[in-house]
Write a protein that binds this ligand. Structure first.
Ligand SMILES: Cc1cc2nc3c(=O)[nH]c(=O)nc-3n(C[C@H](O)[C@H](O)[C@H](O)COP(=O)(O)OP(=O)(O)OC[C@H]3O[C@@H](n4cnc5c(N)ncnc54)[C@H](O)[C@@H]3O)c2cc1C
Length: 493
């Protein structure tokens, strides 16, 4: 990665206030909205749903935005999911049925995001049930990087409650629309002819329809494993098809397979047959294939990026498979339109919501003029450099958005040095949780946090964190159990 340094923030520049349209009130949008407001911008958040939360706003209707299923619990502990200055502290479960577990269910995450909005005063900025249909520039040519005066964007949106389509003009647009809603389906021989049930994990909600069935799960990633276990409770048999059985057969997977004789791991699906047979690839060719007669196939094969509201002349392209968005300087700015158009939340596998806050802070300062961006050719060069480096390393295009911890650190050092870094004990805790997961994927969420394997550093960090939690509960009790915010203090926690 290039080491070129961006011009430092200048305290002498009087920050300009821009009229900003932010699309999406999920984790990323909310984190960025707070940063933009703190920098003095006038922010309007347009959100198509009736509440905040994005993916975490569970929707029993599988055709909605969210891909969350009913039983879902988070993969990372709540200690790692808070905003700076607003931690995801457990609230008394007696208080309105809150879920105080370290790895709570999806509903608790949505309620936490709602609490965050209340505490940050963000609700006033959000227009719910407002779906953005189109973002276009007012002039024939799209706004250019380095343009002194802000360009004008026309945002066309439908107020779904009133049934009215309206246009409004903004200085800048920030896109935070997520990327777990548009299914990416594999190409498997016979898919079109296979007459039984097949669905993508986006449409999966509850296991009951699969009772007594033989089910094939295509994909052994987080969703594949989780949904397999969910369905296993009611199905006759569950068969997971993995791209690489060697990689999928982790210690945790082997334990789970040993515990559940009706769960099986196979190589990729070679063919689906009209009579319901599923043929898995065999190591020794066709004659070596395992065949299963299945009732349903669930594709846990990931999601495509999609920005249907952006005009083609924005020069942002999503590749054919939907696995990449380019060109984006540091995953945030299209060089030719920076800083007037930006994206929050495109990278995968980044610390959530910390990375979203960092992106939001950088965008806010680039718009106000406090942190000028490099010239357009320099940004373009660096985007191309990264792509070439990825190609040389043989990184598949959809992995280009998995940032390495070192890259996250570099991002922070270059653009958001005054945002408290992810604390060391939290990074260590994340590694410890991954180890627990690798050990037993069925029980890792309910393991005690005073595990002997935790370092002194992590133990101390957890102690401080839960001290804060106890304080919040005391305040809550003194305040009559009302609105004591569950995460009001301590930037560094
Ligand atoms: C099954 C599943 C499990 C997951 N588990 C975890 C986990 O355990 N831990 C974790 O950290 N992450 C997890 N994630 C990832 C999670 O989605 C991200 O952490 C985070 O919620 C992404 O936030 P976002 O704001 O980028 O996107 P989203 O949450 O998708 O929010 C985008 C918002 O934009 C709105 N929007 C989209 N298009 C428009 C439009 N045209 N007009 C107006 N509004 C629009 C949507 O309605 C939505 O509210 C999981 C994801 C899935 C699918």
């Amino acid at each position: 990665m290039s080491t070129a340094v961006t011009a430092p923030a200048s305290s002498e520049v009087k920050p300009a206030s821009r009229k900003v349209c932010l699309i999406g009130a999920g984790y990323a949008g909310l984190a960025a909205a707070r940063e933009l407001r703190q920098e003095g911008h006038a922010v309007t958040v347009l959100e198509q749903s009736a509440d905040v939360g994005g993916q975490w706003l569970y929707d029993h209707d599988p055709n909605g935005h969210s891909s969350i299923y009913a039983s879902l619990r988070v993969l990372s502990p709540r200690e790692l999911m808070g905003f700076s200055g607003f931690q995801f502290l457990p609230r008394n479960s007696s208080n309105g049925g809150r879920d105080a577990r370290r790895f709570p269910g999806h509903r608790e995450v949505q309620r936490f995001l709602r609490d965050f909005c209340d505490a940050s005063g963000l609700l006033d900025s959000i227009r719910f049930r407002t779906r953005v249909l189109r973002v276009s520039s007012m002039t024939m040519a799209p706004p250019r990087h380095g343009q002194e005066e802000p360009p004008k964007w026309v945002v066309k949106a439908e107020d779904q409650a009133a049934g009215v389509v309206e246009e409004e003009v903004f200085d800048a647009v920030v896109v935070a629309t997520g990327h777990y809603s548009h299914p990416r389906l594999p190409r498997i021989d016979g898919m079109a002819e296979w007459g039984r049930r097949q669905l993508h994990s986006h449409w999966y909600r509850v296991p009951e329809p699969f009772r007594g069935e033989t089910v094939v799960i295509v994909g052994s990633g987080d969703s594949g494993r989780d949904i397999a276990l969910d369905i296993l409770a009611v199905a006759k048999e569950v068969h997971i098809a993995a791209k690489s059985t060697e990689a999928a057969a982790t210690m945790a997977m082997r334990k789970t397979l040993a515990r559940h004789p009706h769960l099986h791991l196979h190589p990729q699906v070679r063919r689906l047959c009209a009579d319901g047979q599923v043929v898995f690839s065999g190591a020794g060719g066709e004659e070596d294939s395992v065949v299963v007669l299945a009732d349903s196939v669930v594709y846990c094969t990931g999601y495509r990026y999609s920005f249907p509201f952006l005009d083609a002349d924005h020069q942002i392209a999503v590749d054919e498979e939907g696995g990449a968005v380019a060109p984006l300087f540091e995953h945030t700015f299209p060089p030719s339109m920076a800083p007037w158009l930006s994206f929050v939340g495109v990278p995968r596998k980044v610390p959530v919501p910390w990375f979203f806050e960092a992106q939001g802070r950088w965008i806010a300062r680039a718009l106000s003029g406090r942190t000028p961006l490099p010239p357009e050719p320099e940004m373009t060069r660096r985007v191309q450099e990264r792509r070439r480096a990825m190609e040389l390393q043989g990184v598949p295009v959809d992995r280009a958005y998995h940032l390495q911890p070192q890259e996250v650190l570099e991002f922070w050092e270059k653009y958001c040095g005054d945002l408290p870094p992810v604390e060391e004990w939290k990074s260590e805790l994340m590694e410890a949780v991954s180890r627990d997961f690798e050990d037993d994927m069925e029980t890792f969420r309910d393991r005690a946090d005073d595990d002997d394997s935790l370092s002194e550093n992590v133990r101390m960090g957890l102690q401080r964190w839960y001290g804060l939690s106890a304080q919040a509960h005391q305040d809550q009790d003194l305040g009559g159990g009302g609105a004591a915010a569950p995460g009001t203090t301590a930037d560094q926690l």
